[in-house]
Design a protein. Sequence first.
Length: 235
Amino acid sequence: MSTSYFILSKLDGRVDDNASNNIVSFSNQISYILPRNLISYYCERGLFEAALIEWCKQFCSPDKIMLDIGAHTGTYALSLASKSKHVYAFEPQKMTYYALCGGVALSNLKNVSCLNIGLGSPEQVGTNTLKIISNDGGGSSIHATSDILREETIQLDMLDNLHLTDIGFIKMDVEDNESYVLKGAMNTLKLSNFPPILFECNDKTKNMELFDIMEKMSYKIVTLSGVHNMYLACQ
């Protein structure tokens, strides 16, 4: 037996005033908590990268772990959980992480673990400053230098410190910190026989180190048709 949840919303005021109560209940559905400022997009087109998420199902396995590194509110993690043995979703930004956890709870997913940390290299382990550049939580980075709305203190760790094995697929979108994540994940990747990695890179010319690291691990980099900034690394 497991607990399922509903949403009770109230106006900010007396908690015993039930005149404005609104109750939403979910049943046997994946429920995503998404940024409200993008509601028109979601209503008209559904999830961002929906076709890409669907395509990624082929790399997941019921006897393998999936990692969502830079999970945001969990569109990949929640969508791929049914195809995976277990999903570990990493999201360092506080409010975005809370939305991720809420989606997992509302979807009643027992095989998703949410971690409120970012991943990086050995020298990045510890406290870092995240620069937030949008109200939807997207694009936040420890490397941002302009258009910064606010800053938040976050924790970074190495993937190797988590001692995960049997990883079958990794999605990585960490806003120019991808090469650092790999530097802290060498042993984990080796122990899992170098699983496929879907990763973001907005400017290849500025991130050649990322591609060099993957090629040294004998990954082949595949450019994805119709997606200008996402790549697949596979053996």
